[in-house]
Design a protein around this ligand. Sequence first.
Ligand SMILES: Nc1nc2c(ncn2[C@@H]2O[C@H](COP(=O)(O)OP(=O)(O)OP(=O)(O)O)[C@@H](O)[C@H]2O)c(=O)[nH]1
Length: 324
Amino acid sequence: MTRDRPTLSVIGGGLGAGKSTLIAGLLARPDMAKTGVVVNEFGAFGVDDLLLSAAAPRTSLALLQNGCICCRPGNDLSEVVRNMITAAETPLRRILVETSGVADLSAVIARIGADHALRALVRLDAAVAVVDATAPDDARPEHLAAADRIVLSKTDLVPASRAEEIRRNLAGMNPTAPLFDAAALPGPEELFNAGLIDSATGAVQPNRWLRATGTVHVHDKDAIRSWVIEFAPQRWTVLTEQIARMSRAAGSALLRLKGIVVDRDDPRPLAIQMVRDQIYRPVRLTPETGGGVSRIVVIARAPAAPAIEAFAARLGAAPVHHKE
Ligand SMILES: Nc1nc2c(ncn2[C@@H]2O[C@H](COP(=O)(O)OP(=O)(O)OP(=O)(O)O)[C@@H](O)[C@H]2O)c(=O)[nH]1
């Protein structure tokens, strides 16, 4: 089955992290043809769009100025995307949205997820967080938690041992996101098609979507923690109540939840996903998916720890504390 609508991926990262450089490098590749780019600038003047149009003059490019997508009123992103799709000479295959350097990637993803007009136009794909190796602490936990892929830029400007330390920290903060070096020029095969559904074939790809394994495997950093919780099959109705209870108790400290769970009442496991308090519609998978074990990854700020550990305990998952 060929998929019709273009995919939409979001490239986020702090000011000057290397978002435009990554996108310009991607656009130079022949396998990135039929890509449109929307650049969101916080201020009234865009520079990134000029750099990108110089790097890839034939790319459909649109600028969204004056405020971050995540907090500006209205849904002008969907208007821009609609115009871009309509105006394209050949049908677009994918659209990249470069967030402003001050945007919060998780808020952008939550906003896009709630935008029904936009979701009718595109299929959501990857959230890519660019982290600057010279200022890794600028990468906000929300960016990292929301990311499906993380790209570490400017590794040429730090000692190799420092880059390795940053990689280890990033892997601990978001164990589900594959990590790439910008210097290695990761391509579309690695960065995109991160969703549960393969964008080319329509097939379900659970292993590409959820990579982490554990029992209750806790990666522990000061600002952000991740838990990989494995547990025996539950009734879906019971599990949704447990998730809602945990989410209420964790409040805004809960950044991301993603998992594949076995439903005691249905042979087809469910893929579930939350970004902050935004719950995405669960997707039923084929019965053989997931190997009979439920696995949920939760990424949160430290204050959510008691709520998440109580949640894991109620599911009967044994904690394995693993301090990185
Ligand atoms: N040495 C080195 N410089 C880089 C790398 N990536 C980006 N830069 C430089 O860092 C600066 C900022 O890069 P951009 O790609 O414009 O960053 P950005 O995230 O788009 O920036 P804003 O949109 O302004 O937030 C530019 O001068 C780039 O040339 C890298 O991997 N190594």
